[in-house]
Design a protein around this ligand. Structure first.
Ligand SMILES: C[S@@+](CC[C@H](N)C(=O)[O-])C[C@H]1O[C@@H](n2cnc3c(N)ncnc32)[C@H](O)[C@@H]1O
Length: 190
């Protein structure tokens, strides 16, 4: 309970410091996290990549679903949040990377991700940064992998459809604010 409150305050602090980078005032709800991850085969994955890990709302559930020996590389650009994640998740399967998601390939050692979990606030990011991040996603995903994304509007649908053959989406009301959940498969590379 105290952890929840502390996380909310830390998250709010990060939002007030960098509103466009954080893009939300509250961490994603546990119900929305489960609904977001359900379309992806996290339990069968060897490599999961998380973009915009924040205070770890998705990280916790990804680890609960991941098999022993699998790897989770979590990207978080805010050094304070990255430090919090490093301190919080004492799990040999996790590597927290304090770097921008656009550089994700630099940290994967040539491996492709079976699942990419993205909570980045695409619509509030600088347009060029957004394009660079979106452009690295197909190449970083295994051919039969899945990218799952949470957003607060349907605006990114066309951008995902340009880069993936199949894009499914739904709305979950169990989040503040209600969220759009996307599952993208069939990366179109090059
Ligand atoms: C909407 S919050 C999501 C946090 C958490 N995953 C959740 O759902 O509660 C977006 C997070 O993405 C991080 N972020 C923004 N731009 C980023 C980038 N270019 N690379 C990595 N992380 C970034 C922010 O610092 C913030 O923690």
């Amino acid at each position: 309970m105290l952890d929840h409150l502390t996380d909310r305050l830390r998250f709010l602090g990060a939002f007030l410091a960098h509103p466009r980078q954080v893009g939300a005032v509250l961490p994603t709800s546990a119900t929305a996290v489960r609904a977001m991850l359900d379309p992806a085969d996290v339990s069968g994955a060897e490599l999961v990549v998380e973009l915009g890990a924040g205070t770890g709302a998705q990280t916790q559930e990804i680890l609960a679903r991941m098999k022993p020996g699998a790897r989770l590389v979590g990207f978080e650009i805010d050094p304070r949040l990255a430090q919090l994640l490093t301190e919080r998740f004492h799990d040999p399967r996790v590597q927290v990377v304090c770097d921008s998601a656009e550089n994700l390939a630099d940290h994967l050692g040539g491996a492709a991700a079976d699942v990419i979990v993205s909570a980045l606030p695409y619509t509030s990011l600088d347009q060029r940064l957004r394009q660079r991040i979106l452009d690295v996603l197909p190449g970083a995903l295994a051919p039969d992998g899945t990218v799952v994304v949470i957003q607060y509007s349907p605006l990114m649908l066309a951008d995902f459809r340009k880069r993936f053959r199949a894009v499914h989406w739904r709305v979950t009301p169990w989040n503040v604010p209600p969220a759009f959940l996307f599952a993208c498969r069939g990366p179109i590379s090059g």
